[in-house]
Design a protein around this ligand. Sequence first.
Ligand SMILES: [Zn+2]
Ligand SMILES: [Zn+2]
Length: 371
Amino acid sequence: MKKDYYEILGVSKDAPKADVEKAYRKLALKFHPDRNPDDPSAAKKFTEVTEAYEVLSDDDKRAQYDQYGFATDEGEMPNYQYQHVDLDEALRMFMRSFGGGFGSFFGGGDPFEERSYRGRGPVKGDDRLTSVRITLEDAANGVEKEIEIVHLISCPVCNGSGSAQGEDPIECPECNGTGSMRIVKNLGPVQYVTTKTCQRCNGEGQIVKDPCTKCRGKKKVRERVMKSVNIPPGVETGNRLRVAGLGDSGEKSGPPGDLYVAVEVRPHPFFERKGDDVRCNITITYPQAVLGTKVEIGTLQGPVEVKIPSGTQPNSTLRIKGKGMPNLRGRRTGDLFVNVNVEVPKHPGIRERKVIKKLSELMGDRTKFDH
Ligand SMILES: [Zn+2]
Ligand SMILES: [Zn+2]
């Protein structure tokens, strides 16, 4: 399988890093699974561009790729076991790299943050992603939702020190305090050196001798907790709300990460949403259409009396201003479009039939031959 990362991103072989980044942003936005819920091929595309970006944005990986790229058949791509990029991981990367790109709904954060904390100051905790399903009514009016969150918090037993007795940490003997392990791989004549975060000290270069029994020296424990989250009016499926500080706790007294809540708005049995506008269908009788009537419609903002003018034709649409969805960014509220159907009775009762017969006699044959 030949894969041309340059072709995938649509950049030239000598494209500078900034162009690679730009191309990736554009494509990742286009194929982001959240934006293409009905297109399963988008997720595949998204993974593909992410994979291409991973390689071309990294000087070392790109140099190796340029040299050994896709040779001919087997044995191509010597170093990268990249057949598959985990979609979750890709999404995390996406969130990290585009933080801040969508206004207040999306968080900040370093692109492709390294996981080694050695020798660094405070590090913000990881972000967490969860999802919530709400009704269209809730989306129209806003709602406070209790949602379950699973995140890492500083261990309450050892106060986040990782040590049972509170003694100072020592240098990690596994990596000699470097926090990373060198891995040397020989593939034919070429030697590849990669580094991996030390498993023993988790990249910190230090361990505690007598670890806390609660967190087993990891300084953090999982917490499952219910939190109430404010969902603003106007949200739609695919929106991601950022709740500051509800992600994982930070490293070295860094601030906690954020929680992202992916919103899914359930389809409504009566209303159909089109952007900020909402559509619905009602059916009235022939006499109601002829004489006009008033109908109470339970809109998303509560009941509204709608006047149907006399002479309303089948399949006509009434527009009720301002009764659609509020706009998330404070623009004009959408409208409600009511499609009016006129029912022709299939099985009229005896008395109904009598009256209609009289009407028919009165009206006579008014058959028209339209084009
Ligand atoms: Zn602990
Ligand atoms: Zn270590």
